[in-house]
Ligand binder design. Structure first.
Ligand SMILES: O=c1ccn([C@@H]2O[C@H](COP(=O)(O)OP(=O)(O)O[C@H]3OC[C@@H](O)[C@H](O)[C@H]3O)[C@@H](O)[C@H]2O)c(=O)[nH]1
Length: 459
């Protein structure tokens, strides 16, 4: 029976089956999807890539508008936009800046970066941005003016390390980039005892810079020096471009003087003339610039030089002695705002996030510098006092005090070079940045009052 039934079934079905005319037709008729996958694999792959690209472009692009501090009001994309954004790079090409675009799906190489003075006001904001960008950061700080609290939020992060170390001593670290910020920057610190300070300033600026340049040479790292607008002294050119050699009292020397010669002259002048002269800072930084360029020209070290103009923002030392921190703290404490001299001297105030953006662009760019990094908006000290009054307390009083010796009469950066070559310009106005600093100061001053001795002087 079995054999008969089988024979019959087979026999009866045979006429209904299509006669396969080729193996392709056979496969197509059995499973068309499988056929597509097997025979048109390339096409499928292309469709897959296209779909993935569409997905990542549409759903993973971050809007730069979520962070008010780092967003360009003028529409100039920030570094973050350069890395993650697309399409808006024609503007940079026009400016001659090479936009850095990482191919889709390929992660940017994480860098190892040392920041000297990284626990300070500017340094800690820079560290925040570098960590946020995905780099590993080692902070080297002697905590002379830097504060651990500025970096407390990074403790425990495996990409963050903090070393108590004075840059006047050599240090060996395997890093790709060195941001050299270590140096107290407030006139209060360097005007207190100039004769003594000149030595420590020269040691910090000269030996510290030499040590970090030496490190850059040993490990092949790129080195960025944070110099200062003070190198222009009391400028005779206004605004100051990078080509201006400056007007620094008391010797009015130029950058080509040799290190030892300059040191001896400045030291002797301090000893003879006594305190009151501010050039220990100016000269220290000018010498550091000279050394940086010498290492670049003579030894081929990759260097960058930033000349930083007056900067303000959260985490500034409250009793730093600089004008913005003084005015803000005084207004909050209901004390009179101390205006030195007639208050007609001018300065340009940049918010710290703008500076950090400029430093990072400079480091990543192709240009040695020097570059002025400052906000060209110019204010007299009386105008600044007015903005502080508007922001904190309209009834705050003004108290005039004698001005300090050699105080520059005016200062304003010409930032055409940074605009053109780095695609950088400040985006945070004084009226927008000041409230952010006030919020931080308010919290720290009144927080300190609660934790402190309990005096009612801040009430
Ligand atoms: O309470 C104050 C403090 C300062 N001032 C005046 O405000 C002006 C600015 O003084 P600051 O001490 O804030 O800063 P300076 O411009 O003198 O130096 C600064 O410049 C650039 C940075 O690189 C330097 O780190 C910093 O020293 C000066 O004219 C000063 O006389 C006041 O009117 N009242």
């Amino acid at each position: 029976m079995g054999t008969d039934q089988l024979t019959q079934r087979t026999h009866s079905k045979r006429p209904q089956e299509p006669v396969p005319d080729s193996p392709t037709n056979e496969a197509k008729s059995r499973n068309p999807v499988r056929y597509m996958l097997r025979k048109q694999r390339l096409m499928c792959l292309a469709i897959g890539i296209f779909t993935a690209a569409l997905f990542f472009n549409v759903f993973t692009k971050r809007s730069p508008g979520h962070d008010p501090v780092f967003v360009s009001e003028s529409g100039v994309p920030t570094r973050r936009v350069l890395y993650e954004g697309g399409g808006n790079n024609r503007r940079f090409e026009r400016l001659g800046v090479k936009p850095t675009r990482v191919p889709l799906g390929v992660k940017r190489k994480s860098l190892r970066i040392v920041v000297t003075g990284g626990a300070g006001f500017v340094g800690s904001h820079l560290v925040d941005r570098l960590i946020e960008r995905g780099d590993s950061v080692i902070v080297v700080d002697n905590f002379f003016t830097g504060r651990k609290e500025n970096l407390a939020h990074h403790l425990g992060n495996p990409r963050f390390e903090m070393i108590r170390h004075d840059v006047v001593e050599p240090i060996l670290l395997e890093v790709d980039q060195i941001y050299h910020l270590a140096c107290p920057a407030s006139p209060v610190h360097y005007k207190f005892n100039p004769v003594k300070t000149i030595i420590s300033f020269y040691v910090t600026n000269v030996v510290g810079t030499l040590n970090m340049l030496g490190l850059a040479k040993r490990v092949g790292a790129r080195f960025l020096l944070t110099s200062t607008s003070e190198v222009y002294g009391d400028p005779l050119q206004h605004p100051q471009a990078e080509t201006y050699w400056g007007n620094v009292n008391p010797i009015g020397n130029n950058i080509s003087l040799t290190l030892i010669f300059r040191f001896i002259i400045v030291f002797l002048l301090f000893t003879i003339l006594g305190p009151g002269v501010r050039s220990c800072y100016d000269e220290g930084k000018r010498t550091a610039e000279t050394l940086t360029m010498d290492y670049h020209r003579g030894l081929g070290i990759e260097v960058r030089i930033a000349r930083i103009f007056n900067t303000y923002g959260p985490r500034m030392c409250i009793d730093d002695g600089r004008v913005v921190s003084n005015f803000v703290a005084q207004a909050l404490r209901k004390e009179p705002l101390t205006v030195y001299g007639d208050g007609k001297q001018t300065r340009s105030f940049q918010y710290v996030s703008d500076l950090v953006e400029g430093l990072m662009r400079l480091m990543e760019g192709e240009h040695v510098g020097p570059f002025n990094l400052g906000n060209p908006g110019e204010f007299t000290m009386l105008e600044l006092a007015e903005v502080v009054q508007e922001t904190i307390d309209r009834n705050a009083k003004i108290e005039f005090r004698p001005n300090t010796e050699d105080d520059p009469h005016k200062r304003k950066p010409d930032i055409s070079k940074a605009k053109e070559l780095l695609g950088w310009e400040p985006t945070v106005s004084l009226r927008k940045g000041l409230p952010l600093m006030v919020a931080d100061f308010r919290q720290r001053i009144f927080g300190e009052q609660k934790d402190g001795s309990g005096t009612s002087s801040y009430a």
